[in-house]
Design a protein around this ligand. Structure first.
Ligand SMILES: *[C@@H]1O[C@H](CO)[C@@H](O)[C@H](O)[C@H]1NC(C)=O
Ligand SMILES: *[C@@H]1O[C@H](CO)[C@@H](O)[C@H](O)[C@H]1NC(C)=O
Length: 773
């Protein structure tokens, strides 16, 4: 660091040449001299031009002091101007003072608490501790755990529980009866986020949310945001998901809510957000809307970027009526948007809100009845700083009026305004008045940078909390057994001990909370349900079977007199479990054809969807890529194998023809009687080499992923022409040779069987909703 030159600010050259008599704007630049920082470095958003922001960076656990950023003014000087003292340096992150604990003691007592400093809390006698008994100061400026509270053991009179005093805060008010009010303020240098005042309600709950005191350098972690934002947005998504109801005649109907959720996303791309961060921010938006779509909701989107002007990437008005914009198009619009920071010297936050208000007005004017039914979710990404257009507070008030229609209480849930504070310097005071305030819900988050934001949206809608969405899964794995489980949470293993003591192994798939779908040939006539062990994944979730149901037309000896030793048509079976499995991130049913759940996964919601539409969507190409799971003995792990369904007539013919040369008893003459239309064919090396199934893979799902987040099963692995892996599963994933073929039962051909049991409404289990046609 060059401290010797630190304060020798060079004079700015202000000679402006005259050009044909016209004065040209002076190209004044800021100087980099002496801008260094002890312990860290800085970056510039636009070199040393007017409007450039100098951003200081420190290692984790440190923050820049006294300035976080400086901006280059027209005059060629920095604001705030660098000064000799205090010297610009990286300081250790501090956590707010925890000594405000009432009726207890805090150890150790210090004037300041730094990263990794630990504190312990003890209550005086007659009081007992709630919250954390020990806390550690973390690198994002917050204490670990929850606020420690010492409450009177004999506090029976109070309606509400003592909510404690958060670190760094002072509280006035100490009675907790109905209508009692508490107010909070933070120590100097700290901003209060959450509720400044809270009132004890008859329900025993405090209004608002717990206040917390943030330094400028305090941030929310991805995990904190995931939990708070995830649960709030999930709520909105569930409100907008289709619901089943009964009509006046008691007939089941589905109330379609497609188009009843409006999501407005506005992202600040002014200089206050670094240029290189833009792509990460865009990715975060893409992740968010892709995740949202994995719920069976079809929101209308408004997506805009703003700086001194507003750039509309997706216009919500394009979603009106039947012409809904598909998600692919929304994503493509985002991809095609070119970031150009050159002319963005200003930030007009108000204009962004005004654009949204205008879009709302158009919708309301077009159909007020419809507008009243729509939920509006606004998600802003900004640092809160604006230098044009004035404060957005009035506009936000108008947005509230437009949605609430003078019935705030009743219509409160129709509007949510979230702000993600992103940037090197975030202006809390300006952002807080804009966001929705609702008891127990957080709508304002402070994110350290765009990378952290992306990570946040990766996990934001925790799949584990969502029951009833078939095929939903994590879309990445890191090769560990656990992540493979989360990617294929429907995968089941079946061990069947036959009467003669021989054990056979098959694969299966969880298709509802009570049923496993597998192959009929895994069972013999005399098999007993109590001899079946179903393991759902490596987690050893074992459920006893109560019933084995084979397809009624399955008969392995059915063509014996024609010289066919084994005949596998209708090779499907269901295992009914004794009780429902619990849905979690590790265990969730796969989608199967011709159910409403699958229409939702394929986003066919909204129309009178049919089985045919699903088939056309899933099996539309001459060759369709599918996958199945096989066990890799070497790595002792389940692996995904890939193959291609040959669907086009000639391709399929040549795929199945092989059976006539490879299998005893099959001839070109009887080929189509043995390999009936119910079979799907994979294998061979054309157009590229397929993986081939091994013996233990029988009964497993042949599946397709849709949209990254949903999985639909199209077939059940039945039999093959050639055993390429004698002795069961292979050491490595087995690759097909020219002569090997696999045949799978096409689930679209066995829907009546599936519907009869899985859709049975008279049983003690939740039926799947099958489509009428
Ligand atoms: C608190 O952290 C500071 C900075 O790391 C350290 O110097 C100090 O010893 C710590 N105090 C305690 C009590 O651990
Ligand atoms: C307005 O919306 C309602 C509710 O969705 C709908 O029933 C009605 O047909 C719409 N009116 C017009 C004119 O589009």
């Amino acid at each position: 660091m060059e401290f010797s030159v630190l304060w020798r600010l060079s004079a700015v050259l202000l000679l402006c040449p005259l050009y044909m008599g016209v004065g040209v704007l002076c190209e004044v630049t800021c100087s980099e001299e002496g801008m260094g920082m002890e312990g860290g470095h800085y970056t510039l958003t636009k070199q040393l031009e007017y409007g450039s922001i100098l951003i200081y960076h420190c290692p984790d656990g440190y923050y820049p002091f006294p300035a976080l950023t400086r901006s280059c003014l027209k005059s060629g000087t920095w604001k705030p101007a660098p000064r000799r003292r205090p010297i610009q340096q990286c300081r250790m992150v501090e956590c707010p003072n925890p000594l405000g604990l009432e009726s207890g003691s805090v150890l150790p007592v210090q004037s300041q608490y730094f990263v990794n400093n630990k504190t312990t809390y003890e209550c005086y006698s007659g009081y007992s501790l709630r919250g954390s008994a020990s806390r550690v100061c973390q690198s994002h400026g917050k204490w670990s755990g929850g606020t420690p509270i010492c409450s009177r053991d004999s506090g029976g009179e109070d309606r509400c529980a003592d909510p404690g005093i958060p670190a760094g805060a002072r509280r006035s008010g100490s009675s907790f009866g109905i209508d009692d009010e508490l107010t909070y303020r933070c120590d100097d240098g700290l901003n209060l986020l959450g509720s400044k005042t809270r009132v004890c309600q008859e329900s025993g709950q405090w209004t608002g949310t717990e206040p917390s005191c943030y330094y400028k350098h305090t941030y929310d972690t991805a995990l904190e945001i995931t939990e708070a934002f995830g649960s709030a947005i999930r709520e909105s998504l569930q409100l907008a998901a289709p619901i089943d109801d009964t009509d006046q005649e008691g007939k089941k109907i589905t109330i379609d809510k497609a188009g009843k959720l409006n999501i407005y996303i506005a992202m600040d791309i002014s200089d206050s957000i670094e240029e290189k961060e833009f792509d990460k921010a865009r990715n975060a938006v893409k992740k968010l809307i892709t995740k949202v779509s994995s719920f069976s909701v079809s929101p209308n989107y408004e997506i805009l970027f703003f700086a001194s002007d507003v750039l509309e990437v997706v216009n919500i008005i394009d979603f009106s009526g039947e012409n809904r914009k598909p998600l692919e198009e929304v994503l493509a619009n985002l991809d095609n948007f070119k970031y150009d920071a050159r002319d963005n010297v200003g930030t007009n936050l108000n204009l962004a809100f005004r654009t949204i208000l205008e879009r709302m007005a158009i919708q309301k004017q077009r159909n007020e009845t419809l507008f009243k039914e729509v939920y509006h979710v606004l998600i802003f990404f900004t640092d809160g700083a604006y230098n044009m257009g004035g404060s957005p507070e009035n506009t936000v008030a108008k947005i509230r009026e437009a949605v609430h229609m003078n019935k705030k209480e009743e219509r409160d849930k129709y509007l949510d305004i979230y702000v993600f504070g992103v940037g090197s310097e975030i202006f809390d005071e300006d952002i807080m008045p804009l966001v929705t305030k609702r008891d127990g819900e957080k709508h304002y988050f402070k994110v350290k940078d765009a990378k952290e934001l992306e990570k946040t949206f990766d996990d934001i809608i925790d799949e584990s909390k969502v029951v009833g969405l078939c095929g939903l899964h994590r879309n990445y794995d890191d090769g560990t057994a656990n992540s493979i489980r989360q990617r294929y949470p429907w995968m089941a293993r079946i061990e069947n001990t036959h009467e003669d003591g021989i054990i056979s192994k098959c694969m299966g798939s969880l298709v509802s909370r009570r049923f496993i779908l597998t192959a009929a040939h895994c069972f013999k006539f005399a098999d007993k349900p109590d001899k079946i062990r179903v393991t759902i994944g490596k987690l050893q979730v074992v459920n006893g079977a109560s019933r084995i149901i084979l397809h009624p037309d399955y008969n392995i000896r059915g063509k014996e007199k024609d010289g066919i030793k084994e005949f596998y048509d209708y090779d499907v079976a269901l295992i009914q479990l004794e009780k429902d499995v619990d849905i979690s991130i590790n265990i969730r049913p796969i989608c199967i054809p011709c159910t409403k759940e699958t229409s939702g996964a394929l986003r066919l919601v909204g129309e009178a969807t049919t089985c045919k539409q699903q088939e056309q969507l899933l099996l539309k190409n001459p060759i369709e890529e599918v996958s199945f799971i096989s066990f890799d003995k070497k790595d002792q792990m389940d692996q995904r194998s890939d193959a291609k369904l040959k669907l086009e007539v000639q391709l399929r013919d040549s795929c199945i023809r092989l059976a006539a040369t490879q299998v005893d008893g099959i001839t070109p003459l009887n080929l189509k009687d043995v390999v009936t239309d119910n079979f799907l064919c994979t294998g061979g090396r054309q157009p590229t080499r397929d993986n081939i199934a091994c013996k233990g893979d029988s009964g497993g799902a042949v599946f397709k992923d849709y949209d990254d987040y949903r999985t639909i099963q199209v077939g059940v692995i039945s039999w093959g022409t050639k055993d390429l892996c004698p002795g069961g599963s292979s050491d490595v994933q087995q690759e097909s040779d020219d002569e090997s073929r696999d045949f799978h039962i096409n689930l679209f051909k066995v829907v009546p069987f599936l519907k009869k049991y899985l859709g049975d409404e008279s049983q003690d289990y939740e039926p799947l909703q099958f489509l009428d046609k």
